[in-house]
Design a binder for this molecule. Structure first.
Ligand SMILES: NC(=O)c1ccc[n+]([C@@H]2O[C@H](COP(=O)([O-])OP(=O)(O)OC[C@H]3O[C@@H](n4cnc5c(N)ncnc54)[C@H](O)[C@@H]3O)[C@@H](O)[C@H]2O)c1
Ligand SMILES: O=C(O)[C@H](O)COP(=O)(O)O
Length: 528
């Protein structure tokens, strides 16, 4: 039995570990307790890894992970993963997007309440210092305060709902959502960031991207109300930490609730020296319920990926299987075969690929191009080319990939065409699907045909003179090569192209003999 290795690089709930341990085809390695430099020495064994935010998936990791095919981030944020680096290497990156939503939402509410009532400070005063001083701990209420939410996705929107239950006035800024997502909940939607800066409390729930790093800095804090409260349970660095420190120190920011830091573990962070901040060590996802869900989902995703079954929540696959209509799938499969066929029939350094989708299939030309590229490069790169790295590899090799779509397809409902140009020649192949799933090559280099693309195929171009078919048949018979199907295309200039499907392997000797026929223009042999 072929065994796949799944390595767990960070601590996940034992429910997920048990799922991995119990699989006969899985070699499971728990490397969560290894120091990260030690991890690099063993990660080369892994086909699939499961990680959390504590493992940096950078160049050094990827260079060490020589067998890695897929990575499961057991959580939401992938700012610790070099996704481009993974894509270049054909590594599929998945996350587990919603399993920790509630945990993060509730921690955000806890921080908000903690900030309003100085909860941890009052607690420590009594518990650690044994001081009973009720008048020292007057707090503030959430009711009637205005909450500004930056980022209204899974977490932000649920924070909004809960804030409404506290009778807060809520406004959100998220340029990427349909405003009705907020307004349907009675939450104001704004495209003016200053509306957020004018709030009593501000919380952020965006991913960490070039656009959101430092989205709150000194300039923004200057515009805020005196005594504003800031919450960050999303990612360190969304609030510029120096500006946050300054604002807390000079009292412009009355209080902050912070779960995440630029550098973690954050035991040396100057923010910890302040006494108007509540901090937690990146606990947003750390509830029993959420970690159980994340670990079991991550383990299942890792198992499916290791076995090549599916890649749920893949972030760098250009095509999401569940978003592709059923009628498109056989065209994609056919396009990959056409790419493979074309590259075998026209060996050499590929210069360009022109992918055309006509008719209904036209709008899926991007996906057709990915499949054509995989097919065309499979001849030279074998299994190292896949749907994740196809675009990168084509670019790296200087292959010009041209995509054309047209709403009409002549006599067909849809037709797909590939023109593959190498340093030697050009080949053009077109295909279509009949009766929903019957694949057919309908044209090769201008010759109209009707061939099922499968198995061993001889392409024989010749001058269209009497006796050629008989000669070809005789040679194949002489070498015990059985003909399964013989399709002929002819053109007006007196040339013909035969596509001969055969049951047995065809040797060089046979091909040479066919090519030696007087009528022969070329002989090509391909295997699909
Ligand atoms: N502290 C924790 O342990 C913890 C736990 C879970 C999630 N998180 C983090 O919380 C964040 C949100 O997670 P989610 O599950 O809600 O993600 P999500 O993808 O559901 O929502 C993110 C939202 O941010 C919006 N957004 C993106 N760029 C924006 C911008 N420039 N301005 C305003 N809005 C923008 C998106 O449109 C989206 O609606 C992520 O950074 C995630 O890593 C942290
Ligand atoms: O993005 C996330 O899912 C959270 O920040 C949780 O990260 P963690 O798995 O490292 O706790």
């Amino acid at each position: 039995m072929q065994k796949h290795t799944i390595m767990v690089c960070d601590h996940i709930h034992e429910s997920g570990l048990k799922m991995l341990e119990s699989q006969p085809d899985i070699n499971y390695i728990n490397a969560a307790d290894l120091p990260k430099d030690e991890l690099l020495k063993v990660v080369g064994q892994a086909d699939v890894v499961i990680t959390r935010s504590s493992t940096e998936i950078n160049e050094a990791f990827l260079n060490a992970a020589t067998n890695l095919k897929a990575l499961v981030r057991a959580g939401v944020g992938v700012d610790n993963v070099d996704i481009d680096g993974c894509s270049k290497r054909g590594i599929i990156v998945m996350n587990v997007p919603t399993a920790n939503t509630i945990a993060a939402v509730e921690l955000t509410m806890a921080h908000m309440l903690g900030c309003m009532r100085s909860f941890p400070y009052a607690h420590n005063h009594l518990k650690l210092e044994r001081v009973w001083k009720r008048e020292k701990w007057y707090g503030y209420e959430l009711k009637d305060k205005k909450l500004g939410i930056i980022g209204f996705g899974n977490i932000g929107s649920r924070v909004g709902k809960r804030a409404k239950a506290f009778e807060m006035d809520v406004i959100t800024y998220d340029p990427y959502i349909n405003p009705s997502k907020a307004t349907d909940l009675g939450i104001e939607y704004t495209t003016n960031f200053d509306d957020i800066l004018a709030c009593d409390i501000i919380t952020i729930h965006t991913p960490k991207t070039q656009e959101t790093i430092g989205i709150i800095g000194k300039k923004e804090i200057d515009k805020m109300k005196e005594g504003v409260v800031l919450i960050n349970c999303a990612r360190g660095g969304l609030y510029d930490e120096e500006a946050l420190y300054e604002g807390l120190k000079n009292g412009k920011i009355r209080f902050a609730g912070i779960d995440v830091f630029v550098k973690e573990p954050a035991t040396d962070n100057p923010l910890l020296d302040l006494d108007n901040i509540t901090v937690t060590p990146h606990l947003g996802a750390n509830t029993h319920e959420s970690q159980y869900k994340i670990a079991t989902q991550a383990a299942q995703q890792a198992l499916d990926a290791a076995r090549g079954i599916s890649y749920p929540n893949a972030l760098n696959l250009p095509i999401r299987e569940n978003e592709i209509p059923d009628f498109v799938k056989p065209y994609l499969d056919l396009m990959q075969k056409i790419g493979f066929l074309a590259a075998q029939a026209n060996r050499g350094a590929i210069k360009s690929l022109k992918i055309v989708g006509e008719g209904e299939i036209g709008e899926f030309v991007e996906s057709l191009a990915t499949f054509a590229t995989v097919g065309a490069l499979k001849e030279s790169l074998g299994e190292t080319i896949n749907y994740v790295n196809a675009d990168f590899v084509a670019k790296e090799r200087g292959i010009d990939v041209v995509k054309v779509s047209s709403p009409t397809a002549g006599a067909y409902k849809s037709i797909i065409r590939l023109r593959l140009t190498t340093d030697k020649e050009v080949i053009e192949i077109s295909g279509t699907i009949f009766n929903d799933d019957v694949q057919r090559i309908v044209e090769i280099n201008g010759f109209t045909l009707d061939v099922e693309p499968k198995g061993r195929m001889i392409l024989f171009k010749n001058t269209d003179v009497p006796g050629v078919i008989g000669d070809v048949g005789q040679i194949l018979a002489k070498y015990n090569v059985n003909i399964a199907d013989f399709r002929l295309g002819r053109d007006k200039s007196g040339l013909a192209l035969a596509v001969i499907l055969v049951d047995n392997d065809v040797s060089e000797e046979v091909l040479k003999e066919l090519d030696a026929l007087k009528a022969s223009i070329y002989v090509k042999y391909v295997i699909l």
